[in-house]
Write a protein that binds this ligand. Sequence first.
Ligand code: TLP
Length: 344
Amino acid sequence: MTELIDLRSDTVTQPTPEMRQAMAAAPVGDDVFGEDPTVNQLQETVAEMFGKEAALFVPSGTMGNQVSINAHTQPGDEVICDYNAHIFNYEGGAPALLSGVQLHPLLGRNGVITAEQIEAVIRPADHHFPHTQLIEIENTHNRAGGAIFPLNEMKKIYELARLHKLAVHLDGARIWNASVATGIPLTEYARYADSVSACFSKGLGAPVGSIVVGSRAFIEKAHRYRKVYGGGMRQAGILAAAALYALQHHLDRLAEDHHHARTLAETLAEFEEIQVDLTTVQTNIVIFHVVSERLSAEDFVARCRQAGLLMLAIGGDRVRLVTHLHISDDDVARAIEILTSVLK
Ligand code: TLP
């Protein structure tokens, strides 16, 4: 039997044999004592890549976002974000649970909330209101189909934040994809955020791990929350080595994933029963609608699964596919055959 083509997420990748070798060879130490040389190397490397003072290796993107929110806020504060933000939809209500803050979601367009929209909801200094403290943006935007948050809007938001003494956190789980797709350096994206979280376990293909970057003072606070959340890891250099390997070998190749996603989206757009906004297909994610009388999104996903193609139904008539390291030109060709056979 031929292997399944797994487009459910870019988190499904397996470490390659070369990555495993790098992991096995990594010098390690107790990172809770700050003594793991490979973790330290990763933190220094990534801080420099983003042009920030310091970095902190964390087990997941969720923890990266949550230690950042905690470090930027006080209980009772308000955090402005997009309605479709990962922190609002997919982190188990963690901002309320862990930081005691409330989110103020705005309806963005393709995941993009504007400085103008944000300015309109910054709370006046009055004891009736929560205290607006943090703005959170996501780049690339997961629920907006991997759309890129434009740098010029990030800049406007950052300037607004400075004016009102607010902090800006960037959920850059897939910021690598944005940078490769636009050619804009990571340092530019990071310039307009006080903190950035980024994941190694998505398009970069590492098995575990994310990182948070920011000022030294911010990272010290985040470090404390990482410990509090139980995220202090010991000989974590084995994981950091995978991340370092991924940065060296899997970063530039993200362009291939973007090309594959585009090819799949263009094929899907040809079918009457599928609606896909090709303008949002800018990186490695495609979100499309199944608008059919005979097929629900779940039916469509189930039929594709039977034929060997895995995708995710993500609510209503929407389906998501994500390309990654293990998806070859041949896999894309076979995925197109499967999609065509189910849709024709
Ligand atoms: N996203 C996962 C699921 O949780 C939906 C996926 O398959 O895409 N920020 C963004 C923008 C994300 O897409 C994700 C993961 C995270 C944060 C959280 O990362 P992890 O899963 O490492 O906690």
